[in-house]
Design a binder for this molecule. Sequence first.
Ligand code: ADP
Length: 539
Amino acid sequence: MILGLMQTAPLLISGILRYVASAHGGREVVSRLIDEPIWRYDYAGLARRSAQAANALTRLGVTSGDRITSLAWNTHRHLELFYAVPGLGAVLHTANPRLSDEQIVFTINHAASGVLLFDRNFAELVARIAPQLTTVKTFVILSDAERTLDAAVGAASYETLIAGEARTFDWPDLDENAGAFLCYTSGTTGDPKGVLYSHRAVVLHAMAGGLNSAFGLTAFDVVMPCSSLYHATAWGVPFTAPICGSKLVLPADKMDGASLHQLIRDEGVTFTGGVPTIWTMYLAWLEQTGQRPDSLKRVVIGGSAVPRAMAETFKTKYGVDVLQIWGMTETCPIGVVATPTPSLAALGEDALNDAIWTRQGRLQFGIELRVETEDGREAPRDGETSGALKVRGPWVVRRYFRKDEDAADADGWFDTGDIATLDEHGFMRITDRQKDVIKSGGEWISSIDLENIAAGCPGVKIAAVVGAPHPKWEERPLLIIEAHDGVDVTKAAVLDYLAPRIVKWWTPDDVIFAPVPLTATGKIDKKVLREAWRGHLMG
Ligand code: ADP
């Protein structure tokens, strides 16, 4: 071997900030806030205020390797922490406010955070959990002095804290493998597990996100991430959009149809993204009001399966392309993105639409996928044979934070817990999570496929399918439906809708109309549903 003679500048988050301030310094950043007027500045302003935040945190004693927790929505202040905290060498733990109090306390203590910065409307939550936080010394409200609440655990105001600080910071030359973000899984089984993203992983993931085979952002795009900044860094968009020079619009916690539409219209949003539940609400709002998202070109949706009807409505009614993504906290989080290929386009529009509306995405450079059958062999890429989905690559977890054993095997493969197929075009399709698949008479029924089809039935807002223990067949599918407000959907109508679209033995044994519980990351909470309906078919 002979070593290359090129430079080895580390891939650092502060490098993104430096680049953005100099190359796209005038491009706008717009942020909604909890109860303040809309905030506007540009990437040069982001660089200045991130430097002020880094100076302030340093003054508070924060140094390299320390953990800092944010409990915050999608706002410009949270964005500043995304750059300031890793930039100075510390780690930003983005706590998920939708977890239970107990789990939030667990994650902050497990991270051993010294500082907790929180949005105003978490003041009550923070006051409640503060006595149990064993390591937090400093509380900061992400607000101005005027709106900082006196009683909020002696918290200082973020604006007061950074006000007198210098607008530049000497960002240190860190090892690119240094920890940058600490994101916890939602812990549907056991305690949440911490995934510690390195600078290198975040930067590579953000660069890959900008490619045309992924989000394909340009300097003309106006990007509004509606996936939460606290959940796996909002899919890296807070880095990908600036790298591409796109304008960034941050919607805070206002995810209702009217609020989203106002920003889309007023700011000319071209690209947005989030979990399916947000778009179910938005499409229903568009339908009710007769409004159209005229500037919008693309919506990226993932976190759980995108109902085909959702992608189809966006495209046929509003001319908006849906890009499905699949990923998980452990993959930084983007694993695959469903973007068209010439080989599919050659099959015609219907085949192309079918592929990109019903598959999670195609292989991206940087993430290797392997579908493994029960005998441990790699499944053929026929789009039919399903198996355990394993992944590896530079932005895939190796080991969870503060665990002694690796999460990936000796060859780097991490078992995702999903069941999937791969096809000859390089598209991956998730058929289920290992723990959700329904085993009926020795055969498998895909709960995701059934949900996806049922979601297309008129009047259905959310369709959830779980396996319920059955005296003869081991398990049988139960369909739980939450209908749109004021719409009357009947069991007979649902079963009639399903009949021509599924094989007969997949027909749910019952259709139940009830609210569908969601997890802290916006997925259907199957654990709760399974518990609730466990005895339903046992007679
Ligand atoms: P958690 O595991 O903590 O609930 P994650 O967001 O990391 O939160 O969840 C990752 C899981 O979400 C994946 O393993 C997969 O089961 C599911 N998922 C993500 N995107 C999709 C998608 N597009 N289609 C189907 N399932 C998805």
